[in-house]
Design a protein around this ligand. Structure first.
Ligand code: ADP
Ligand code: MG
Length: 701
């Protein structure tokens, strides 16, 4: 970072943006607001779009419904408060030789400052609409030509940059051009020539120039490709290095070969045969466990694909080799359920389990922790209490983390650091996530996919119903209950927090238990209930003493009651797709035909597409892809907080192919030069080792 003043003397990519020609101390804070602090930030501030001003349409040719750029002279500007709701409406009349159009802004009073009294030329861009007096452009972006230093340079393809309030387009353009002019030469290409040729990548300096001022569409795409590749590649190299490091670390080499009847024991544990996919994944895990390096493996599988069985096989193997296992779940309900389930499977084999959750009394906790410390418990199951509450293991060998995305990478590391002697780690995701996200979020893990469902599973029949069709939905619930089945009714999401959510659940419960199903046994489950109440509700539902369980998304993950065969989701359009898929996975867990009814007043195209996606497929991976496309990476089930997704240029939705290529290239590179010790890889190493999300510096001199 250059101190102000010294920037003149030592110019580098880290020079403060204020020293760029035409910026200065007055405009620099505005650039900083847009994230542009250094020259390097400015160089990599990519245009949002480009405008071809060589060929603007005459105003007469505007057609409603199109996006268009017009150039004309402002002849009238009018600002007034409209009657309804006090909305400020500003209008400017713009004309060229062929006609006039009206620019309209709503509630953007600051526009007045720039347009009042202005009678020069303007360029405006936006969606053309039919107005009372000819065409209108609503809330257009605009530039006043008087602003520009060089009006002759006008008739060309110009970049349009993202802005923040108060920052004008020409200021950013001027800063970018000054940066290109004075600093592009400082950018060093981290990728050696030979590497670039092999991967068909352009030079970095060329790419940066072209992305701002493309000579053609083809060049623009090549330039962008180079920049996106760079971003993915360095991130992937960082992940690959981390993986390579784990492979060098010493961990536990489980003596699986010395447990003669391990497979027979696994077989004995389940009332069913493992599917081919489950067996394959178990083998992959066992082979990691047998190796002397710590395992770091992610198991992905659709809801109901039988991840728990795989975890049980891994845990049994660790325990038979004389180690302890730990299983971490994201919620207490789940931890308890896992505990009950695994106890049922493993107790007959003599495995002793201990439960550790936050809500236990100090005495209970102490007792469980003591059992774990003395090695009297072979398997500890719990929430994050397992890592938080000073639990010491006697001989921890394997950690299974269920529903990983709720924990995040940091906790994964914390757990590993806590244990002595580098235990093996197995991570299981709750819901499939798109492959691009797997590669970025879990790129440092080996991947196993359970891509097959247990046999005899009938696909869940899913319907989308409108709110006025509820009576028929309730009839269906009643009919199934009369056949001995059970139902979930999931109440709408509310964004106002847990309390409001609980209230919504209470209201729905009151309505259903009193009006719709007074003769049925209706139960209630939400996050604000006392632990004992939650437990009682789950126990009674599991025991078949509740016919209809009204619930919030508390039941979203992992809850397993095979006799529940219908789920009704109220206001389904308020949920994310992956979340709905996860919810839906609570039914269809037995051999009976199961049903899912989404009640949604889906009015927009997006909303309809979302509902149709769920009705149309039960493939969680496909649904995750759709979810990613419609909502973007940050919103996908709980990955929000992850800094790993903060790419500046790359887009996980569009750039999946480049990500694959970058990952492949990164793995090849690390296989060739694991520590990136060769001098020609020094720059790659330097960039890759920075934390994701941190500003990556290509070079400074
Ligand atoms: P996931 O955690 O992947 O959603 P679970 O491990 O909870 O799935 O398994 C879902 C249900 O399928 C459970 O009731 C489980 O007992 C059952 N199951 C798992 N594997 C098999 C199999 N190979 N054959 C038959 N049923 C299975
Ligand atoms: Mg599970």
């Amino acid at each position: 970072m250059s101190a102000p003043g010294s920037g003149f003397a030592t110019r580098s990519l880290q020079t403060d943006a204020q020293f760029l020609k035409g910026v200065g101390p007055r405009l620099a804070p505005l650039l900083a607001k847009a994230g542009l602090r250094t020259v390097y930030d400015v160089l990599l501030h990519l245009p949002r779009r480009y405008e071809d001003r060589t060929n603007l349409p005459p105003i007469r040719n505007l057609r409603p419904g199109q996006f268009a750029t017009i150039r004309g002279t402002v002849s009238d500007f009018e600002g007034r408060s409209a009657r309804r709701g006090g909305v400020v409406v500003l209008k400017a009349l713009v004309g060229d030789a062929t006609g006039t159009a009206t620019l309209v802004w709503f509630n953007q009073p600051w526009i007045t400052k720039r347009l009042a009294g202005y009678d020069g030329e303007i360029i405006a861009y936006g969606l053309v609409k039919e107005g009372t007096y000819g065409c209108e452009i609503h809330s257009p972006e605009f530039e006043l030509l008087g602003d520009d230093d060089d009006p002759d340079a006008f008739a060309k393809i110009v970049p349009v940059y993202p802005l923040v309030e108060g920052l004008q387009q020409f200021v950013v353009r001027r800063a970018v051009d000054a940066a290109l002019e004075g600093y592009l030469g400082f950018v060093e290409d981290p990728l050696p020539e030979e590497f670039r040729r092999r991967h068909k990548l352009q030079k970095l300096q060329w790419a940066i120039r072209q992305v701002h001022h493309p000579e053609s569409e083809e060049f623009r795409l090549k330039a962008r490709k180079r920049l996106v590749f760079d971003e993915f590649f360095h991130h992937q190299v960082g992940l690959a290095m981390r993986r390579a490091e784990t492979q060098l670390e010493r961990g536990i080499a489980f003596g699986l070969a010395d447990v003669p009847d391990l497979k027979a024991q696994v077989h004995q544990m389940f009332p069913f045969e493992l599917t081919g996919a489950q067996s394959r994944v178990v083998e992959e895990i066992w082979s990691d466990m047998a190796s002397p390096h710590p395992m770091n493996r992610l198991v992905q599988g659709d809801v109901g694909s039988g991840k728990t069985a795989v975890a049980a096989a891994a845990l049994l193997a660790a325990i038979r080799c004389g180690f302890q296992g730990a299983l971490m779940a994201p919620t207490e309900i789940l931890a308890e359920q896992h505990c009950a389930h695994l106890h049922r499977l493993l107790d007959p084999l003599g495995v002793r389990t201990a439960l550790l959750v936050g809500k236990q009394t100090p005495t209970q906790k102490k007792k469980a922790a003591a059992a774990v410390a003395k090695g009297e418990a072979d398997l500890a199951i719990g929430t994050h209490a397992l890592i938080q509450e000073g639990v010491e293991f006697q001989r921890l060998g394997l950690v299974v983390i269920d529903e990983q995305h709720r924990f995040g990478v940091l906790q994964r590391l914390a757990l590993r650091e806590k244990a002595l002697g580098n235990p093996d780690v197995l991570v299981m995701t709750a819901t499939p996530i798109p492959r691009t996200l797997t590669m970025t979020l879990y790129g440092d893990l080996e991947l196993s996919v359970i891509d097959e469902m247990p046999p005899g599973r009938q696909p869940i029949k899913t319907w989308w119903k409108l709110p006025h069709e509820r009576p028929s939905v309730y009839d269906a619930v009643r009919k199934l209950v009369s056949e001995g089945r059970q139902a979930y009714i999931v109440c709408p999401m509310v964004s106002e927090g847990e309390k409001m959510l609980a209230q919504a659940a209470e209201e729905l419960y009151a309505r259903l238990s009193q009006k719709e199903f007074p003769d049925l046994r209706v139960g209630l489950l939400h996050g604000q209930l006392k632990v004992s109440e939650k437990e009682a509700a789950m126990d009674r539902f599991r025991a078949g003493e509740i016919d209809v369980l009204v619930s919030t998304t508390v039941i979203e993950v992992g809850v397993d009651v095979p006799n529940a065969t219908i789920m009704v989701v109220e206001d389904a359009n308020r949920f994310g797709l992956s979340q709905l898929h996860q919810l839906r996975g609570r039914v269809g867990r037995g051999s009976e035909q199961s049903f899912c009814v989404l009640v949604a007043d889906a009015k927009t195209d997006d909303a309809r597409e979302r509902m149709d996606a769920l009705v149309g497929t039960s493939d969680g991976f496909k649904i995750a892809e759709t979810d990613l496309r419609l909502r973007g990476p940050g919103e996908i089930a709980g990955t929000r907080q992850s800094g790993n997704l903060d790419f500046k240029i790359a887009d996980l939705v569009q750039d999946g192919v480049l990500l694959e290529a970058a990952r492949q290239a990164a793995m090849e590179l690390i296989a060739e030069d694991p520590g990136l010790k060769r001098p020609e890889h020094a720059k790659i190493r330097e960039r890759a080792l920075r934390q994701p999300g941190e500003v990556a510096v290509i070079a400074s001199s």
